[in-house]
Design a protein around this ligand. Structure first.
Ligand code: C2E
Ligand code: MG
Ligand code: MG
Ligand code: MG
Length: 276
């Protein structure tokens, strides 16, 4: 009956919440040791031209958990943001990225860049500017080879001086990227109110729920790409999975791609073997 179904779905719902809460608590409890034992690692996903030339990469964290195996950011970033642990994880990943850039630059690959993700919450728990510039000075890398990815939501809801800090980042020589552009509710306000270097277009435009909306999506992509040209920004399209997508977007004027069509995020050693 309806009531039984209802009761069952509530029970299922409670169960799921409970399981999630337990899992979250365990992950939070595991954090200190994980950081100490370097269970978090940096994967790299290449950013490519349509011709397949590798320009740089995005650093994406993975958790090599001793009991649970490889865990993806979707399962822990939010929990760490809620609990204020995220800044320690991000600082760790940024350091891995800067170390890698230093090594590449010593080996003569000074043209390659790495993009790192900055969480909104990082701005609450530390001075992001000081943390990142300290790393750059410690490892003596070329600042323009480190790109900083910030989501538009972080920028528009920011109260911790994020906008000023973005200006400071750019003055120091970092490139600033808006991540997941178009997924928030204030994308165009973001562009009006701040200066950035790169727009990373949200994958959502390539994944319409109804096939008949794909055409609309493509028009929006076209508009975003030409707008970025007008504003002097470079564009990265994220989430390209097929050759057709790359061909279409290249016709629209996009030059840089990140997506499974070229490669999934892979361990650093594999990245170096494959691309360098
Ligand atoms: P993001 O920064 O937008 O990163 C892109 C995500 O899209 C990555 O997921 C990547 O694996 C995935 N992706 C790239 N190309 C394709 C494609 O062609 N198809 C599909 N289906 N997916 C594709 P990932 O690594 O699971 O990361 C998810 C999100 O977690 C990231 O989204 C970012 O917001 C966050 N994240 C990852 N690493 C870090 C980190 O070190 N610090 C912080 N604060 N957040 C991170
Ligand atoms: Mg990103
Ligand atoms: Mg993104
Ligand atoms: Mg994202």
């Amino acid at each position: 009956t309806l009531n039984e179904n209802y009761a069952r779905s509530i029970a299922y719902y409670n169960d799921t919440i409970l399981n999630n809460t337990i899992l979250e608590k365990q992950l939070v409890g595991d954090f200190d040791q994980a950081l100490k034992e370097k269970q978090f690692c940096m994967y790299l996903q290449p950013q490519m031209t349509s011709e397949g030339k590798m320009l740089g990469a995005e650093a994406l964290v993975r958790w090599q958990h001793p009991k649970r195996g490889l865990i993806f950011p979707g399962d822990f970033i939010e929990v760490f943001e809620k609990t204020g642990l995220i800044y320690r994880l991000d600082r760790f990943i940024w350091e891995l990225a800067v170390q890698k850039l230093a090594r590449w630059q010593q080996e003569g690959h000074s043209d390659l860049y790495i993009s790192v993700n900055i969480s909104t919450k990082d701005f609450y728990y530390m001075n992001v500017y000081e943390t990142i510039t300290a790393l750059v000075e410690k490892y003596r890398i070329i600042p323009s080879t480190l790109k900083l990815e910030i989501t538009e939501t972080a920028i528009m809801t920011g109260t911790a001086g994020e906008l000023d800090m973005i200006e400071q980042f750019r003055e120091y020589g970092f490139q600033v990227e808006i991540d997941d552009f178009g997924s928030g509710y204030s994308s165009f306000n973001t562009l009006k109110d701040m200066d950035v270097d790169v727009l990373k277009i949200d994958m959502g435009f390539l994944r319409t729920s109804k096939p008949e909306n794909l055409e609309k999506s493509m028009s929006i992509l076209n508009m975003i790409i030409s707008l970025s040209k007008t504003l002097g920004l470079s564009v990265v399209t994220e989430g390209v999975e097929t050759k057709e997508q790359v061909v279409k977007l290249t016709q629209m004027g996009c030059r840089i791609y990140q997506g499974y069509y070229f490669s999934k995020p892979i361990p650093v050693e594999e990245f170096e073997k494959r691309y360098m």
